[in-house]
Structures are given as structure tokens and as C-alpha cells.
Design a protein around this ligand. Structure first.
Ligand SMILES: *Cc1c(COP(=O)(O)O)cnc(C)c1O
Length: 368
């Protein structure tokens, strides 16, 4: 992939890249350092150690490789209006990292250890982040079972690694909308499964549907619920929102969590920003049929997906088998654009009301 694609990193390595700034391919331009920490049943957690980024030693029998006892996170650091570097909602990511670990019977990293690893890596590599507001530092913590044992039981040794890469942003005034393809025969998440946590095993099973979407000429796959196969759940590795109505009557809705939807930090941020804008918000299940009908009747005016990697991405057209329809005019709508601008401002420390979402990292200030 030579251009950055408007999708979450683990969602779709083979998708047609969405239009966007082509300066950095997503997840390829890594920084110089990493933070590592080990956990063992008898010793607990080590403090993380900052080192030069490089290959990891691993035993070929390590549990993570064979049985997928691996969880990860994705969060971003942005150059702030005052020249320092700030991380967006790291405590929320630390708490979700704990929840993911718990689901896979893994040890939970203390929030303070997670935050210190983030601070250390950002402070070490902040110089690589230019003043350009279109760029950010994507942070990727991963926790994997490192014990060499092939018995089917949770490992007794784990390793944490934090790496980072520089990434372009999506701050054009009028972002290009993506086309989506509804997967009718494959599922991302099932009731009682792991769809609501970020475990590594959730992502490769989506590649094939993503390839089908690309073959159909679409940027992204839409996931339906696994039980009835009619309720819209997510887009690729991003949460999805719909706008009903227009103007003061506009209402922003998203599918309820219910165990098969990943509780995105961006999803939660969008709710916060929308409420601040005086928008009506809510959780609502939407079926594919209702989506189509509401677009045709004009009741559903906008749709967008959101996640840390690509921010807010408008959805322009929907393909369902041979049927296709556009959302609104097919162009990004006013609610989508307003939320996108507001999210960017919050991430860059330009919204005093949302200042608590930013953790400033000491020693990262740059003279203007
Ligand atoms: C990570 C992820 C999201 C978005 O979560 P953010 O915290 O907003 O980045 C949405 N859906 C899936 C499946 C994800 O893995």
C-alpha cells in the first residue's frame, strides 16, 4: 500500500486505499525506540525499559504465537497548540488494555505502568513529530504470552512491548467519502466471543471479507451481527454512526455495544463532542433494510465511521450484493464535518473544554 488508507490498522491490509495524504503509509515508518516489560507469575510486572527499537527474542513454542494469547491497543500523540506533545485519552486506552487482557486470562498491566511506558517512548521520539498538524504519532502497545509451553492453558510469562510510528492525518476540509460493502456471509464477532476487546485474533479473520469488498470496488467492509445477519455493527475496524434528520432536528445514533461491538475511545469522544454541540444522540440498532429505506426516504442523511487511526471518515455509498445506494448526497454532510473539526481541535489541545482528554508529555516542547 503506498497511500495511507482511511481504516484502522488491523482492519484491511488489502483494501483499496481511501483517498488521503500520501506522505506516510500507515504502520510503516517506525520511530527509533521501544519500551518493553515482562510479567511472570512469581514476580508480577517489571517497570518498562526504554531501548532502541529492534527484533525480539522468542522461543518457537511461545503461547502467543500458537494459541493467540495476544492483545493490543492503538492510541495517538499530537503536537499541541503550545508546541508540546500530548497523548489523547491514554487512561481510557490503558483501561481497555486491561479489559482485553482480562478476557484472554492475561495479567492486567497497571495503568501507571502503561502511562509511564507511553511517556517514556513519546519523550524519546517526540523530535520525529514535526509541527505539521496533519501528522501524529501512533502508539501501539501489545501484550503477548511468551512462555514456551504448548499445553492448552494460560501462559505464566508475558511480555509487553510499546512501539510507535509516524502517520499522516485526515485533516482536509472536505474528506473524501468511502464506499462500503456489506458482508452477508462472514462475521467479525459473535455473542459471547471476543468482539468487544482488542485481541489479535479478531483481525486476520476479517481479511477475506475485506478482499471481497475490494473486489467489489469498495474501500471497506460492513459487519452485520452474527446471529440474525441484519443489524449493522461496525465498518472494518471502526465504529459506525448515522445521522437522522437535518438541522436542529438532527439526531446522531450508533449501534448499542452489547458485547459484539468494540467500545471505541473515538466513539465515546464523538458522543462527548456531539453533546457539547447540542446534538441529540442515542444508541439504536439499524438493520440493512432500514438503512436502505431511510436513505431513500431522506430520513437518514449522513453516515461515518470513527477510530483512532483515521479519525472520522464519511461513508458515501453502500453496496449490498447488486443493490447500491448513496447516503445523503454521497458527499460528507455538515454533522460529520463539524464533528471531525471538533475532534481534531480536541486532539490538538485547541478545545479548553476537552483539555482533560490530553496528557502532556514532559520534555516534548518545541520552540515555535
Ligand atoms: C480499535 C477498534 C475500533 C476503534 O476504537 P478507538 O478506540 O476509537 O480507536 C473500533 N472497532 C474495532 C473492531 C477496533 O478494533
Amino acid at each position: 500500500m503506498t497511500t495511507e488508507s482511511a481504516v484502522e490498522p488491523a482492519g484491511s491490509p488489502t483494501a483499496r486505499p481511501a483517498p488521503g495524504p500520501a506522505r506516510f503509509a500507515f504502520g510503516e515508518t517506525f520511530t527509533d525506540h521501544m519500551v518493553t516489560a515482562a510479567w511472570a507469575a512469581d514476580r508480577g510486572w517489571e517497570q518498562g525499559a526504554l531501548e532502541k527499537r529492534g527484533p525480539l527474542a522468542m522461543d518457537p513454542a511461545m503461547v502467543g504465537l500458537h494459541y493467540g494469547q495476544v492483545v493490543f491497543e492503538g492510541l495517538k500523540a499530537y503536537r499541541q497548540a503550545d508546541g508540546s506533545v500530548g497523548v489523547f485519552r491514554p487512561v481510557d486506552h490503558a483501561l481497555r488494555f486491561q479489559r482485553s487482557a482480562r478476557r484472554l486470562a492475561m495479567p492486567e498491566m497497571p495503568v501507571a505502568t502503561f502511562l509511564r511506558a507511553v511517556d517514556d517512548l513519546v519523550a524519546a521520539d517526540a523530535d520525529l513529530l514535526p509541527d505539521d498538524p496533519a501528522l501524529s504519532l501512533y502508539l501501539r502497545p501489545v501484550l503477548y504470552a511468551s512462555e514456551p509451553v504448548l499445553a492448552l492453558r494460560p501462559a505464566r510469562e508475558y511480555r509487553f512491548v510499546l512501539i510507535a510510528f509516524l502517520t499522516g492525518g485526515f485533516f482536509a476540509d472536505r474528506p473524501d467519502p468511502v464506499s462500503v460493502w456489506i458482508s452477508r456471509d462472514r462475521s467479525r464477532a459473535a455473542p459471547g466471543g471476543t468482539g468487544d476487546v482488542k485481541c489479535a485474533g479478531n483481525y486476520a479473520p476479517g481479511y477475506l471479507a475485506q478482499q471481497q469488498a475490494a473486489l467489489a470496488g469498495c474501500h471497506q467492509v460492513i459487519w452485520l451481527d452474527a446471529a440474525e445477519r441484519r443489524w449493522v455493527e461496525e465498518m472494518g475496524g471502526m465504529n459506525i454512526f448515522f445521522v437522522r434528520g437535518t438541522g436542529p432536528a438532527a439526531r446522531l445514533v450508533t449501534p448499542p455495544r452489547g458485547g459484539t461491538i468494540l467500545p471505541g475511545v473515538t466513539r465515546d469522544s464523538v458522543f462527548g463532542l456531539a453533546e457539547r454541540h447540542g446534538l441529540h444522540t442515542g444508541e439504536e440498532r439499524l438493520s440493512v433494510d432500514a438503512w436502505r429505506e431511510a436513505c431513500r426516504s431522506g430520513d437518514l442523511t449522513e453516515a461515518f465511521a470513527c477510530g483512532t487511526a483515521a479519525g472520522i471518515t464519511p461513508i458515501g455509498t453502500v453496496h449490498d450484493g447488486d443493490d447500491r445506494w448513496s447516503v445523503g448526497t454521497g458527499e460528507p454532510g455538515p454533522v460529520t464535518l463539524a464533528l471531525r473539526t471538533a475532534l481534531t481541535a480536541a486532539q490538538q489541545g485547541r478545545s479548553p473544554h476537552f483539555a482533560p482528554w490530553i496528557r502532556r508529555v514532559a520534555g516534548t516542547a518545541r520552540a515555535h
